[in-house]
Design a protein around this ligand. Structure first.
Ligand code: ZN
Length: 246
């Protein structure tokens, strides 16, 4: 079993405005619950967590039993405590998978892991997006067509301030003319990281069959292949010679 935790800031879901109404229309129990339901599979043990819970949703016992963490945040990035970001970073370096969704590009944990601005340009006018599979041999692209449309999306466009060691799996084109590296993989020490752009809170993108398949594939790709180390940042040690030195 892969132990998956879906973390959501869960703020738009409770907004008493037009955004909140639209969000609740597609995600009445929150984005985290919709993802949990849509990703359900016999090999996945899926838990959910959100910002307003004790320990901001991720107490040690939950984080330390997580193989793959999904992260959705937008307007409350600044409220996530730096100490929590450091605990997540440690666990990713030790081998936990991290999947950063949509506006999580500006989350503290994504910027911490990548070390760059993660800036982009955006536009929210419900235009069409076409997601292109540019690496059809990649495990995350299995079962995904060569391209597929998302009828209404928020545009995220280049330049995207990410490091150039990212492996691009998906590239998006938007009706307004922009393009974006919308599905990119990274590795940091033992941990695999996948960023996936589609997923704005007021559109039903997490009910799109191809999007759900991509995230399911990403969970299985990012799952650790060995037990996650809990000493990733403190495991440097003096090393005796292996071979005799004359
Ligand atoms: Zn958005």
């Amino acid at each position: 079993m892969i132990r998956v935790t879906i973390w959501n800031e869960n703020v738009h879901e409770t907004d008493q405005n037009e955004v909140g109404e639209e969000c609740r229309k597609w995600y009445p129990e929150g984005i985290h619950t919709a993802l949990k339901n849509n990703l359900a599979a016999p090999d996945l043990e899926i838990r959910t967590a959100y910002l307003a819970q004790p320990a901001q949703g991720l107490p040690d016992e939950l984080l330390n039993s997580t193989d793959v963490l999904l992260w959705w945040g937008h307007c409350a990035h600044g409220e996530v405590e730096d100490a929590l970001v450091s605990r997540i970073q440690d666990r990713v370096l030790g081998g936990m998978g991290l999947i950063v969704l949509h506006s999580g590009h500006k989350s503290k944990i994504f910027q911490r892991m990548l070390g760059t601005s993660c800036r982009l340009v955006w536009r929210d006018i419900a235009e069409r997006e076409r997601v292109w599979t540019v690496d059809p041999g990649h495990p995350i692209a299995q079962g995904i067509p060569s391209s597929f449309p998302i009828e209404h999306t928020e545009m995220y466009g280049e330049p995207f301030g990410i490091p150039d060691d990212g492996k691009i799996v998906f590239l998006s084109w938007y009706q307004g003319g922009n393009v974006f590296r919308s599905g990119v993989c990274f590795q940091r020490d033992r941990g695999k990281i996948f960023y996936f752009a589609p997923g704005h809170e007021t559109f039903p993108i997490y009910h799109n069959t191809n999007v759900v398949r991509i995230l399911a594939n990403a969970i299985r790709w990012a799952a650790p292949i060995a037990p996650v180390r809990d000493d990733a940042q403190n495991c440097s040690h003096e090393c005796d010679p292996i071979e005799p030195i004359a």
